[in-house]
Design a protein around this ligand. Structure first.
Ligand code: TXE
Length: 482
């Protein structure tokens, strides 16, 4: 049974206490590897290595930092098939999705930030001949990066890349549910010649390793993506220590479909935005609002294609569109949410059940893509994040009504608007409370744009040069000229 290792001070090492956690393959419900059950001693070692490496790495010319990061990006691309297979086995997502989204995006993250740092500049302000001010942006120090299981390597590198590009060193913790590609990234960093201590990866439980990173006095900054509850816990610990915080949390995103939409595009993309990655993307459009005049037509077409096209199966089979959800407990959580929806008066249009596959996959964690109608907008199902292949649909009669629905949750991460009316598109976008509004598209990402949500979807922005501002501290120097 493969035992993966921590990556500390440039070496692959076992956890000091020699304890391990079972790592399950969600496709068949079997343990297929072991991950370190690390603790505060391992975190201490990692922070020590990151601290020792910081001053040299921060002083390394950005061209050199960029060169090493571009090598990492190239090696991720070169190892695409191996990384995609590992991602699919670890997470349960279709292999085709890991190959086309997760792993290419991990390479792009390193490439984008390696090149971006070469153009990151700050400002100078002249005081009409009496003084000059200039702003330096120094790397903050040791960055704590904690990431979730839904897009394992994609989100792990989304934090690490800007941090090391900006000159920080990193102690990173992937989710204990999907550690494999983070481990393979360690091997890639060694091969790319990343100096020891610049990136340290400590595997293990959130309440042990994640909590130890969060509370460590030598880690002045935490970048976190995960559940809103955990984000609140991290903020509770980090705030009194005045740490810089970026919290990328959950979402309950509205997908608003006006009658004047491009119907075919709206249906096709809504299949994606509802069920990609088994609905385990914080950006999925899980609340679908359809203008009443096309409600029946859209609902019928959407349900038909969901049943016909979105085959649930072995994630490694190229035909599979819906793989396994990430864990047994998460499957049970999603099934209980579907039960709640029924109790709240929801009518299941399709799905609503666990899928039992045959043979090797009989113990896997599969849920049929589920569409629920007939719920009131203010019910629990329409308020809380389910994070699975489950969407609700309902009609609306006016722009005002649908905006009230859209803005009615404690989340505000993303939203989708379908209309061919330009004025309406901009007017609606301006009124939606969210960090991102996609118009006639979904998950189209320009990495230069700020990324993050409002309300319970988090605080701070990652992405683009906002990420460099997060991982550096501005220092203003003012010189008197006479
Ligand atoms: O997240 P957790 P989980 C949502 C989604 C999901 C829920 C829980 O609704 O059902 O969050 O998912 C580490 N101190 N999203 O359990 O627990 C943990 O080990 C420090 C949305 O995966 O938040 C893991 O590495 N770290 C989200 C990471 O935090 C702690 C994507 C995330 O785990 C910790 C994922 C602690 N006390 C889930 N406790 C998105 N926005 O994309 C746990 N961790």
């Amino acid at each position: 049974m493969q035992k993966i290792k921590n990556y500390i001070n440039g070496a692959l090492v076992d956890p000091k206490a020699g304890l391990y956690i079972d790592n399950y393959n969600p496709a068949n419900g079997k343990v297929y590897s072991l991950i370190p059950d690390s603790d505060t001693d391992d975190v201490q070692m990692a922070v020590g290595a990151a601290k020792a490496a910081f001053s040299t790495w921060a002083a390394t010319p950005k061209e050199k930092r960029a060169r090493i990061m571009l090598k990492i990006s190239d090696l991720i691309e070169k190892n695409l098939d191996r990384l995609a297979l590992a991602e699919s086995i670890d997470n349960g997502k279709p292999l085709s999705l890991a190959k086309t989204v997760d792993i290419p995006r991990a390479a792009a993250n390193f490439h984008f930030y390696a090149t971006g740092i070469l153009h990151f500049s700050s400002e100078a302000h002249s005081m009409e001949g009496s003084a000059i001010n200039y702003t330096l942006r120094d790397a903050v120090g040791v960055a704590g990066c904690i990431s979730p299981w839904n897009l394992p390597l994609y989100l792990f590198t989304w934090k690490i890349a800007p941090a090391i590009a900006a000159g920080c060193t990193v102690v990173a913790k992937p989710s204990e549910i999907t550690p494999m590609t983070a481990f393979l990234l360690s091997e890639i960093c060694i091969e790319a010649g990343l100096p020891a201590g610049v990136l340290n990866i400590v595997h293990g439980y959130g309440h042990k390793v994640g909590a130890a990173i969060t509370v460590h006095p030598d880690v002045p900054l935490i970048s976190f993506t995960g559940g809103t509850k955990t984000g609140a816990e991290i903020a509770r610990v980090a705030a009194p220590m005045f740490k810089k915080l970026s919290l990328e949390l959950g979402g309950k995103n509205p997908n608003i479909i006006f009658a004047d939409c491009d119907f075919e595009k709206a249906v096709k993309t809504t299949l994606q935005s509802s069920f990609a990655n088994q609905g385990q993307i914080c950006l999925c459009g899980s609340r679908i609002y359809i203008e009443r005049s096309i409600y029946e037509k859209f609902k019928t077409e959407f349900a038909e294609r969901t049943k016909k096209l979105l085959t649930v199966g072995n994630p490694l089979d190229e035909k599979t569109k819906i793989g396994a959800v990430v864990s047994k407990s998460h499957m049970e959580k999603i099934l209980s949410c579907i039960e709640t929806a029924k109790q709240e008066g929801g009518k299941i249009l399709c799905g609503g059940n666990q899928v039992k596959l045959e043979g090797d996959f009989k113990d896997g964690y599969y849920i049929a893509p589920t569409i629920i109608e007939g719920l009131p907008n203010d019910c629990k199902t329409n308020k809380e994040e389910i994070f699975g292949p489950v969407v609700t649909i309902m009609p609306f009669d006016s722009e005002q009504e649908v905006l009230q629905y859209a803005n009615s949750t404690n989340y505000g991460l993303a939203s989708i608007v379908w209309t061919e009316n330009l004025t309406k598109a901009h007017r609606v976008a301006e009124k939606i409370h969210a960090g991102i509004v996609w118009i006639n598209c979904w998950l189209l990402r320009d990495l230069r744009t700020p990324f993050g949500g409002v309300k319970g979807s988090g605080v701070g922005r990652e992405g683009g040069f906002e990420a460099f501002q997060f991982f550096t501290e501005p220092k203003n120097v003012c010189i008197k000229l006479n």
